[in-house]
Design a protein around this ligand. Structure first.
Ligand code: URA
Length: 209
């Protein structure tokens, strides 16, 4: 069940180009990440269930549909994933937010967890992991491992740019997890940066360089 949903729209392509441009300021970069995340939230929630309700318009009684209650948790991978949270909560305001902090051990190159705070009812929630960059896939795979260990059965991964290597890594370990992205780039360079990419998403979001 390998699923990659790539958003394809001229506005998204335009915003992505601004995001990639090294001359784009942190302020503008943050705004564009938030806008792209809002648009992505529509795509991610596309199959949310609806239920029938009776309402009355100024003209007549009618049966229409509203969202059936669906409990969601948004899980940003620290720190760049934080930049996508606001766009998602704008569309899913009742979502809870969990946090996962990982760093890469320089010797083993394995992801090491340094922070984890998830809602206690996470096993009953649909989880949406956010991280702007799916590069090697190490952090995404590790985060999905953690959520599944905590009983999460329904997980989606939302990224802005994806490298084919990262998509393959997630698909290999977690074929049940659909990936949502704005673009699939060419691949990774020797430093595991996405090419052409946009550089270090965390540094560009938070102005630390
Ligand atoms: N993380 C980033 O921030 N940028 C990349 O290109 C790859 C991983």
């Amino acid at each position: 069940m390998h699923q990659v949903h790539q958003m394809d729209h001229p506005l998204i392509t335009h915003k992505l180009t601004m995001l990639r441009d090294k001359n784009t300021s942190s302020k503008h970069f943050r705004e564009i990440v938030r806008e792209l995340s809002t648009l992505m939230a529509y795509e991610v929630t596309k199959n949310f269930p609806l239920k029938a309700v009776e309402i009355e318009t100024p003209i007549c009684k009618t049966t229409q549909r509203v969202l059936a209650e669906k409990d969601v948790v948004i899980v940003p991978i620290l720190r760049a994933g934080l930049g996508m949270v606001e766009g998602f909560t704008h569309i899913i305001p009742n979502a809870k937010i969990g946090h996962i902090g990982l760093y890469r051990d320089p010797d083993t190159l394995e992801a090491v967890e340094y922070y984890k705070k998830l809602p206690s009812d996470i096993s009953d929630r649909e989880a949406i992991i956010t991280d702007p960059m799916l590069a090697t896939g190490v952090s995404a795979v590790h985060t999905i491992d953690i959520l599944k260990r905590d009983g999460c059965k329904n997980i989606k991964l939302a990224v802005i740019l994806a490298a084919p290597e990262g998509i393959a890594a997630v698909h290999e370990k977690h074929p049940d997890v659909p990936i949502y992205c704005a673009c699939i780039d060419e691949g990774l360079n020797d430093h595991a940066y996405i090419v052409p990419g946009l550089g270090d998403a965390g540094d560009r979001l938070f102005g630390t360089k």
